[in-house]
Design a protein around this ligand. Structure first.
Ligand SMILES: [Zn+2]
Length: 124
């Protein structure tokens, strides 16, 4: 499922960076415009844990046990594999550059003359 894929990708991305608990993840997803409730999020978390992409650890915070999720090396590898596909998708959909050159060659070949600055701008 398309939507579920984005949610999973997002969960992996954040859990690779730092351990995150369910409510925090829901708030993060909402920030991105995904209205994901516990009935949707927790089954995804449990599924990712079951396949070995996430590990969870209970931590007592203010008298309540919070279950923190963190990506395993397998989860990080799965994210990397997804990144490659995502990059290709972004290239085609956002930059309008299909991965294979068109058979028709009636387009001006000026790709070398206009070098674009780094899209991320991380020159520092
Ligand atoms: Zn995010």
């Amino acid at each position: 499922m398309f939507f579920g894929g984005f949610v999973r990708m997002h969960i992996l991305y954040h859990t690779v960076k730092e351990p995150i608990f369910g409510v925090e993840m829901m708030e993060e997803l909402r920030r991105h415009g995904y209205d994901v409730g516990p009935g949707t999020l927790y089954p995804i978390l449990h599924q990712l844990e079951k396949v070995g992409y996430l590990v969870s650890q209970g931590e007592v915070v203010a008298g309540k046990t919070r279950k923190y999720y963190r990506a395993t090396p397998e989860g990080a590898a799965a994210l990397d594999a997804t990144k490659a596909k995502l990059r290709e998708l972004v290239k085609e959909v956002i930059d309008d550059k299909p991965p294979k050159p068109s058979i028709k060659s009636d387009q001006p070949k000026d790709s070398k003359s206009r070098a674009k600055p780094s899209p991320t701008g991380d020159s520092a």
